[in-house]
Write a protein that binds this ligand. Structure first.
Ligand SMILES: C=C(O[C@H]1C=CC=C(C(=O)O)[C@@H]1O)C(=O)O
Length: 468
């Protein structure tokens, strides 16, 4: 009882008297031994969904978000629909901070579908198939060394705000008291690359198409590995293993019901701050070497390889063209550098544009997605080819995943690659690669095999020889 009173007194008084907003958002700095990841493990183990975990490659920002009174799936989860939704909302926000810290407050979190016109029901993706976004009730964020708790309450005519905030805070405190879960050791994992021969035939067909139709220069083709084990996959355990095994990637997990999309992607789609739009071109790949010398040789060869440079330049040109159009300012392209992850190295070029005019962040995300690193060039022709020929359902694979701060029009989306979707004892991992006129099916098969590795490691799979 005493704790309750103390807590009620902490609620800023203006939050308790304000009315007529769609959302009431309270953001407070917190001294907390739990990290967003330890919290995520608890939330995920208790199957409190929807939930989302997010961590940036530099680890500067992490959050665990869960619970909701509003979620968007199916056609409501398209980038256009969530933009319209965000424009209608009126939010009252109370924070002791001057500026709202990153990934705190009234957020929309989640991911859109790769192809927002795909409305096939899906066993693989469940209700994530066409994208899934939610406004979380509780968010534990750690950003630039400080932890924050956000509680978001949706308006209701009969709402007693003090009671509503108290109830959420008690849920948060109850979870804090829970121990961090421990996990069973893995049971035997079965993995099967799906229809590899058909996929290689499609690579050959796509090369022939590109040669025959010179205005189509690149198509990114994806394939799947089916995975299965005796006990259900545990998202907290998978992300824990991913985090132990590699650095310098985003880590994300998005769950709705029994379906979870997980990944360790190196690729940023777009970060929007007040003054900048920050994106990157990542395309062109080679494996890591077994020794430092071999690694350097492979990296140098990649930097000077004409086919890979071309694949990369297609992405750079398109992103710059889109951003120049959006911001009405000129951007000068530099040469790419190497981005090295545990299993793979890429050609990488960060691209920064000034945020000059009142362009909606979600509109820029919509405009950029899919870049030619995931779709192809030109976008429309490549997507048409994929819709016609690619048999798998991409769902959220290769699509924007991240967070959007509704009160500031800022946020960050990564590209959902090096990823997989899990449901009970089964899962599907995805990997794709850019096909251009010079592509060879066998080399592309090997490249995608390397790209399955991060997630295979995360679920404790065997890593066989990439050439097999
Ligand atoms: C489509 C994927 O990677 C993209 C990102 C980086 C490099 C790529 C490449 O070299 O082909 C792909 O465009 C994937 O990992 O599933």
């Amino acid at each position: 009882m005493k704790e309750k009173c103390l807590f009620t007194m902490m609620i800023p008084s203006e939050l308790l008297t304000t009315t007529k907003h769609d959302y009431y958002s309270w953001i407070m700095p917190l001294d907390c031994t739990d990290t967003p990841f330890t919290f995520y493990q608890k939330v995920s183990k208790k199957k409190l969904t929807p939930n989302m975990y997010w961590e940036t490659p530099d680890q500067a920002t992490q959050f665990c978000a869960w619970g909701t009174e509003i979620f968007m799936s199916e056609e409501q989860a398209s980038l256009t629909a969530i933009k319209e939704f965000s424009e209608r909302l009126s939010i009252y926000q109370s924070t002791t901070e001057g500026l709202l810290p990153e990934a705190t407050g009234c957020l929309l979190v989640g991911g859109s579908a790769f192809d927002q016109t795909d409305n096939e029901p899906s066993e693989t993706w469940g209700n994530l198939a066409q994208g899934y976004f939610f406004v979380p009730t509780i968010i534990l964020t750690k950003t630039h060394g400080q932890t924050y708790l956000t509680i978001n309450i949706k308006h209701d005519d009969h709402l007693d705000l003090a009671t509503a905030f108290e109830k959420r805070f008690s849920q948060f405190e109850a979870l804090q008291k829970h121990p961090i879960p421990s996990y069973q050791t893995d049971s035997t994992l079965e993995t099967e690359e799906v229809s590899t021969q058909n996929w290689m035939s499609l690579v050959n067909e796509t090369v022939a198409k590109i040669k025959a139709q010179p205005d189509l220069t690149k198509v990114v083709l994806a394939r799947e590995t089916a995975v299965k084990q005796a006990q259900a996959f545990e998202p907290g355990k998978i992300i824990k293993q991913l985090k132990q095994q590699q650095a310098s990637t985003y880590f994300f997990g998005l769950s709705s019901g029994d379906y979870t999309f997980i990944g360790a992607t190196p690729e940023r789609l777009l970060k929007a701050t007040e003054n900048e739009l920050v994106t990157a071109s990542i395309a062109g790949s080679t494996p890591r070497g077994a020794t430092e010398l071999e690694d350097q040789k492979l990296g140098n060869a990649l930097l000077h390889d004409q086919k890979n440079r071309e694949e990369h330049l297609i992405v750079v040109k398109r992103i710059i063209q889109e951003l120049e159009q959006i911001t009405q300012t000129e951007i000068h392209a530099q040469d790419p550098v190497l981005l090295k992850n545990r299993d793979i190295q890429h050609l990488h070029l960060p691209i920064v544009a000034k945020r000059t005019n009142a362009i909606h962040f979600l509109e820029v995300v919509n405009q950029l997605h899919p870049t030619p690193a995931l779709g192809g060039e030109p976008k429309a022709l490549a997507l048409e080819w994929l819709r016609q020929k690619e048999p798998l359902q991409r769902g959220l694979y290769g699509a924007p995943i991240g967070w959007y701060q509704l009160t500031t029009d800022q946020g960050e989306f990564a590209v959902g690659i090096r990823s997989g979707v899990f449901h009970g004892e089964t899962g599907r991992l995805f990997a794709g690669c850019g096909i251009v006129a010079d592509s060879q099916a066998e080399l592309e098969r090997i490249e995608t095999k390397v790209k399955f590795r991060p997630m295979l490691r995360g679920i404790g799979g065997q890593l066989d020889d990439i050439s097999k």
